[in-house]
Design a protein around this ligand. Structure first.
Ligand code: URA
Length: 205
């Protein structure tokens, strides 16, 4: 068994949050490719995800699948997970303490997958990597830190509630391949500073 599968197995038995552990049907560790270039991080499992033990398999997931296809990939070629691995009761927002408690599972996944790009979906995962920023301002922008590109997008569910965001989300997704290609050029061209122009480079903490 791979280290990532072992980690996901461990996540499935987690009892750290009493309320979440008691109310969940299945834990949703994440799914996709072991060493994916792109890792998508959403908020928390909803009803469908809790039933199936898989991330983004409800209506928001269908839209996410479409978005991933729009850049020529299938969801099995990326890695998809959430900030919190268990469904909060009644789909309430995850509590800060739950996000904090679940954080080292996510950190462990990032360490094993070693993605080139982390795409945050919605405000909870955005807050983790872009503290203090607002989604309205930074969606569609990337920053590079320690060889990982962090990229913020609206949550795909936002398009289900607010039709006007659909095109914005689609356009932001279409920018991903050029950010990845740009990062490649930068590392190959011995870090010429002007080639970092697409990225905002600043500290994450
Ligand atoms: N919304 C999320 O943030 N994650 C899921 O897995 C499903 C819906």
């Amino acid at each position: 068994m791979s280290a990532l599968s072992e980690l996901c197995q461990e996540i499935r038995t987690c009892q750290r949050c009493q309320v979440l552990a008691k109310n969940r049907t299945k834990v949703v560790p994440g799914s996709g490719m072991e060493h994916a270039d792109i890792m998508f991080i959403g908020e928390a499992p909803g009803w469908h995800e809790d039933q199936q033990g898989l991330p983004f398999v409800g209506p928001a997931g269908l839209f996410l699948n479409e978005l991933i296809s729009s850049i020529g990939l299938h969801r099995d070629q990326v890695y998809i997970t959430n900030v919190v691995k268990c469904r909060p009761p009644e789909n309430r927002d995850p509590l800060p303490v739950e996000i904090q408690t679940c954080r080292n599972w996510l950190d462990g996944q990032i360490e094993l997958i070693r993605p080139r790009m982390i795409v945050t979906l919605g405000r909870y995962s955005m807050a983790m990597f872009f503290p203090g920023k607002s989604i309205g301002k930074i969606h569609g922008t990337a920053l590079k830190q320690d060889n990982i590109i962090y990229y913020a997008m609206y949550h795909p569910a936002a398009a289900l509630h607010q039709q006007s965001l659909r095109q914005t989300i689609q356009a932001d997704m279409l920018k991903i391949p050029s950010f990845l290609a740009q990062a490649e050029t930068v590392s190959e061209a011995s870090k010429q500073p002007e080639q970092l122009s697409m990225f905002e480079v600043h500290n994450l903490e």
